[in-house]
Ligand binder design. Structure first.
Ligand code: UD1
Length: 422
């Protein structure tokens, strides 16, 4: 197993390029199942989830390869319509194959994902959307077995805004007969990117980036060459947080600042100075210490749940107290006891966490529990005096490509080591 060893207390300085968005490329990979021909996507991060998804697609008969941040996929011949438990339990995003398989082949057998460290994370909305489009669903030994002759356009009104269910519904509806209207659709940039990708394949979709998406079904989609994925806003936010927590001077490049409006507004409220260009953001902390604030996560354009843990790390060293509330995943707080090991003053009451900032944290041995929570522990380590070791970093590697190399490029003292046990 591997761990990261950090010697904290150094202000980070310099430039770091943000990679492609994982949560945009995973549904795009599933969407390749809709097309009987070759597809080339660029700006794809080298992450374990991408490799896992590629392995799943290959098991289904899709020809595919990954090289130099480019993905090549060809779903001309698909020999299996099943997403087995072993894949889905490793990566919940495997559920994205449900919509495309049903739309193109009229059948799919997809394992239910089961529980998750953040709470129950059900998939009922994905299934409701498929039923609305005319699919018959049955449960067979932990698998959803879905069938339809040809999906029919329908009105799908979600009672909760769900990224995954919106993506699955869109991918299913692009080949359905007639018009589909998705109401209370997720507006996240990753869904806008998926819609843009589907349109590049010949789909007809209106209203993306708004809460009402209209899709006119088409009989077939066509291949696309050289499609460029969007930058990862969560990675960008994490590197900006690394600049802020160390009182450094960091510029993130290859970003879409418009995808980070709420995040940047919160950073300004915390006393950060931002210089925002077309595709770059520079962050400094003129007063030397961050100011505390409350953080509430909400569906986009609200503050993202995937940056909640990282901002909690900022509050741990900020001046004053702030309350963190996650309205998307009310229990997503596995990082709290780990941050407490660094000396952070955090109290958990129901679903609200109060963080009382202190001037200094102390290095300690920590364990990552998921990718974003893990990156928050790195941030804590960067701000703490002495050594911090973060173990179980395979979680962090799911969301960040070579994070230690890129932080070291900014002057962080950070090293990946091999350790015994998990
Ligand atoms: C995606 C992201 C994840 C992010 C999350 C919220 C990917 C691969 N993952 O996850 O990083 O944290 O969006 O921005 O893109 N819900 C239901 N029933 C469903 C589906 C969802 O009740 O069928 C609920 C969830 O429990 C949650 C809320 O809806 O409370 C939003 O979840 P959703 O947007 O679906 O998250 P994911 O797509 O799984």
């Amino acid at each position: 197993m591997e761990a990261l060893v950090i010697e904290g207390g150094r202000p980070l300085q310099g430039e770091v390029a943000v990679g492609g968005a994982k949560n945009a490329v995973l549904p795009m990979m599933a969407a390749c199942l809709l097309v009987p021909g070759p597809i080339h996507i660029r700006n794809v991060p080298r992450l374990r989830d991408v490799v896992t998804f590629l392995a799943l697609l290959r098991e289904m008969g899709v020809a595919g390869g990954y090289e130099d941040h480019s993905l090549f996929l060809d779903a001309r011949r698909v020999t299996s319509h099943e997403a087995p438990y072993d894949h889905v339990k490793k990566m919940r995003a495997s559920i994205y194959v449900l919509g495309p398989l049903l739309a193109r082949f009229g059948k799919a057998r997809v394992s239910l994902p089961g529980g998750c460290a953040w709470g129950p994370r059900p998939v009922n909305l994905h299934l409701d959307a498929m039923r609305a489009l005319g699919a018959q669903l049955a449960l067979d030994h932990g698998y959803v077995v879905a069938e339809a002759k040809r999906l029919r356009g329908a009105r799908i009104a979600f009672d909760i805004s769900s990224v995954g269910a919106t993506g699955n519904a869109m991918m299913a509806a692009v080949l359905a007969e007639g018009t589909t209207v998705i109401e209370n659709a997720a507006c996240e940039p990753e869904m806008e990117a998926l819609a843009d990708f589907l349109c590049a394949l010949g789909a007809r979709i209106d209203g993306t980036g708004t809460k009402t998406i209209t899709i006119e079904g088409v009989p077939e989609l066509k291949p696309v060459d050289d499609y460029v994925n969007i930058p990862d806003r969560i990675e960008a936010g994490t590197f900006l947080a690394a600049g802020a927590i160390t009182g450094g001077d960091v510029t993130v490049t290859h970003v879409r600042p418009d995808h980070l409006s709420m995040v940047l507004a919160l950073m300004e409220r915390m006393g950060c100075r931002l210089e925002v260009g077309d595709d770059r953001i520079r962050i400094t902390v003129p007063e030397g210490r961050l100011r505390s604030t409350d953080v509430v996560t909400e569906p986009y354009p609200g503050f993202p749940t995937d940056l909640q843990a990282q901002f909690m790390a900022l509050l741990c060293v900020a001046d004053g107290a702030g309350v963190v509330t996650d309205t998307i995943y009310p229990d997503r707080f596995t990082h709290v006891p780990e941050l407490q090991r660094l000396g952070a003053r955090i109290t958990l009451s129901g679903n609200a966490v109060t963080v009382e900032g202190r001037a200094r944290l102390q290095g300690a041995r920590l364990m990552a529990t998921d990718s974003r929570a893990g990156s928050a522990l790195i941030l804590g380590g960067l701000a703490a005096a002495g050594h911090t070791t973060v173990s179980r970093i395979y979680h962090i590697d799911r969301g960040y490509e070579a994070i230690e190399t890129r932080l070291a490029q900014l002057g962080a003292q950070i090293e990946r080591i091999r350790v015994e046990g998990p």
